[in-house]
Every structure is written in C-alpha cells, then in structure tokens.
Design a protein around this ligand. Structure first.
Ligand SMILES: Nc1ncnc2c1ncn2[C@@H]1O[C@H](COP(=O)(O)OP(=O)(O)O)[C@@H](O)[C@H]1O
Ligand SMILES: [Mg+2]
Length: 350
C-alpha cells in the first residue's frame, strides 16, 4: 500500500499556541521548526522512553497479527519528549498512511470531517494538543472512535436529518501536554495511554552522538555528556543545543570532534547554565523569590509579573523545575524550595 503523509504547514505549527507573544530569547532552544530533520524514522531508532516503546511494540505486534487497526493511543507528557516522533513512527512500522492535525485548528466538526473520510484502513490520524479540541468537535469524534462512524447533521428545523457515514477502521493518536484538561469521556475512549517522561543523561548522550553524525559534525563523549546534562531531559532541547554548538564550533574554527571545553563556551554564550536552566527558568525562579518572597503564588500572578502566558509556564517551564525539586505545587500556589535558592546562590530571607 502506498504510504502518504499529509502535513500542512499551518497545522504543523499548531504546536505553538496561536498568538502567543514571543517570550523566548533570540536563540529559541525549544524551536520545533527543525524537528523533522532529526526525527527517527523507525521504532528501532527511537532512543530511551523504554517503557512506552516496549508497550507500543506489543500493541503493534498484536494488532498486526490480528490484521486489525491499532487501538486509539493517547500520548501525554511535557513538550519535546517524542510524542509526535513516536506517532510518526507508527505508520512506518505498519506501512500505513499518516495524517496530522491539531486540536486548536479543528474549530468545528466540518474541519475534522475530511481527515476522517480520508483515513484509510489502519492509518494513523495524529491529533496534537488534543486537550484543545472544542466540545462540538469532541462529541463528533466519539462515534468515529468507537464505531468508525460519523453522524452528520444536514439542514435545519423541519428539514433537519442526520446522515450516518461509515469510516474505515483507523487509529487516532492524541498528544497532550495536559492530560488533566482532557474530559473524562474523551480520555476513556483511548484504549492505550502512555506517559512520556524526561530522559536520562546517558540516553540523551547516545541521541546526541547519533544526531551529531546526521548533522555531519562530531562530539567527544565528554562533550555529548555535557550537552546531555544541560538538555533538561528533553530530546528537542538536546537537538537544538547540538545545532547551536555545531554552529559555534564552526565559526570559531574549533577542531573536530567538538570538545567539552568548546561545548561549555558555546552554552555559556546562550546562558544555559550547568544544569540546563535558561533565562526563562531563572526569571521564573527570581520572580517567585523577589516578587512573591518565595511563594506561595498562583500561576496567573506569576505569569502577569513575568509578562508571559501562564500556559507556557505550566507547559514548558514548570515541569522541569518541579522534577528538579526547585519548586513545589501546593494547594495555595507555587513555592520555591531551598534547592532553588541554593542553585541561584541567593540567601533565603528567613
Ligand atoms: N525518543 C526519541 N529518540 C530520538 N529522537 C527523539 C526522541 N524523542 C524526541 N526526539 C527528537 O526530539 C524532537 C522533538 O520531539 P517531538 O516528538 O516533536 O516532541 P513532542 O511531540 O513530544 O513535543 C524530534 O524532532 C526528534 O528529533
Ligand atoms: Mg509534538
């Protein structure tokens, strides 16, 4: 069967919330723009995330043996950890078609309908940011997920009627950074749910060595580990820091393979610190410390003080700070911990 991939520019960019103000520094470490050139093209190329990958291997094999479509899959976890990547690998493993769209671009059922009717047997329909599907679209998707059927309302008033349309058995893969925002009925329709976690340093170092080759450059083992340590457990960051380090080394005429010392210099220039905190993270912590005397403070208030959308903070900044033990989320708000004071070398006020 011929494989086709439908990726349209605007929708692909749906990863960035529309209208979000530019909150990043000139060098955007989170930039998803270059994701595609370093994306693994098979499951065997996927580094780390073992638990998720092993489960997917089983689901894949079982479905293939039965000749069925995969059960619908929900991927949840912070940005840049490989949700889109794994979704794109599935159709390659199954030799089936792939379509991609995202919650915010599906404003009404009519926006989703073409994807559903185009979905071929066993194909994957990837819906990014599925927590942002409008309720009307969500309701429209239920019968499609359960019975591979859509109910289309035609006309109004006395002439109104519903037409049923049968779909091919296909698979929806939903991705979300906020599984808590998903409605229970939508959640329940996903047979398989996988939670993506931050990567270990050695996993990222492996990924960096491999991707350095793809980018036609090379790193010493120490340089790769240094980059890994500063990538906040996130492959997208690792890749972007790698690209920056390559550019830096090239312009400075640094010898190949790129050394740990050159890597450190490159990262110092973009103000990524020894554990990977960036300007945004430091600004978050210092705001919490100076404006809110360490907290507790609500995310809305922190967002206002930083002039940054609270959603961005919740999705992109807080997960790593939480995991690092630099902040706590309490019922009364966010609080900074002693570890954060220490890391920033600020004496607590009390
Ligand atoms: N497990 C992985 N193995 C190899 N590369 C990965 C992995 N996870 C992510 N990446 C890389 O990181 C980039 C961002 O991943 P992506 O799947 O777009 O993240 P998400 O969809 O979770 O935000 C991808 O382009 C890919 O190159
Ligand atoms: Mg993605």
């Amino acid at each position: 069967m011929a494989r086709k991939t439908v990726v349209t520019g605007a929708e692909h960019q749906g990863q960035i919330p529309p209208g979000a103000p530019p909150t990043k520094t000139a060098f955007a470490f989170d930039d998803p723009e270059h994701d595609d050139d370093l994306r693994p093209s098979s499951l065997s190329e996927v580094v780390g995330q073992r638990k998720v990958v092993e489960r997917i291997q089983i689901i894949l094999e079982a479905a293939q043996n039965r000749g069925d479509a995969l059960g619908h899959l929900l991927f949840e976890g912070p940005p840049g950890l490989g949700k889109t990547t794994l979704a794109m690998v599935l159709p390659k493993e199954m030799n089936s078609d792939f379509q991609i769209t995202s919650g915010p671009t599906l404003r009404a059922p009519k926006d989703l309908l073409p994807y559903l009717t185009r979905a071929s047997e066993k194909s994957i329909l990837f819906i990014d940011e599925i927590h942002r599907l409008p309720p009307a679209v969500e309701e429209f998707i239920y019968p499609a997920m359960e019975d591979f059927r859509v109910d289309i309302a035609l006309g109004e008033g006395l002439n109104a009627r519903t037409v049923n349309m049968t779909l091919k058995p296909f698979t929806i893969v939903g991705a979300t950074t906020r599984s808590g925002m998903l409605t229970a009925p939508l959640r329940d329709r996903f047979v398989n749910r996988a939670h993506f976690d931050f990567y270990e340093h050695d996993e990222l170092a492996t990924l960096l060595m491999r991707n350095a080759k793809k980018l036609k450059t090379s790193l010493t083992e120490e340089a790769a580990l240094e980059l890994a340590i500063r990538s906040r457990g996130t492959p997208r960051k690792a890749n972007n820091l790698l690209r920056w380090t390559r550019d830096f080394a090239q312009v400075r005429n640094a010898p190949s393979p790129i050394s740990e010392a050159v890597t450190k210099e490159a990262l110092a220039m973009i103000e990524v610190d020894a554990i990977g905190l960036e300007e945004m993270d430091r600004r978050y912590l210092t705001t919490l410390i100076t404006v809110f005397t360490g907290g507790p403070a609500g995310i809305q208030a922190i967002g206002h003080s930083m002039n940054c959308p609270p959603d961005t903070l919740e999705d992109e900044v807080e997960p790593f700070l939480l995991r690092q033990g630099f902040i706590q989320r309490t019922p009364r708000g966010r609080m900074v911990t002693a570890a954060a004071w220490e890391h920033l070398k600020i004496e607590p006020l009390m």
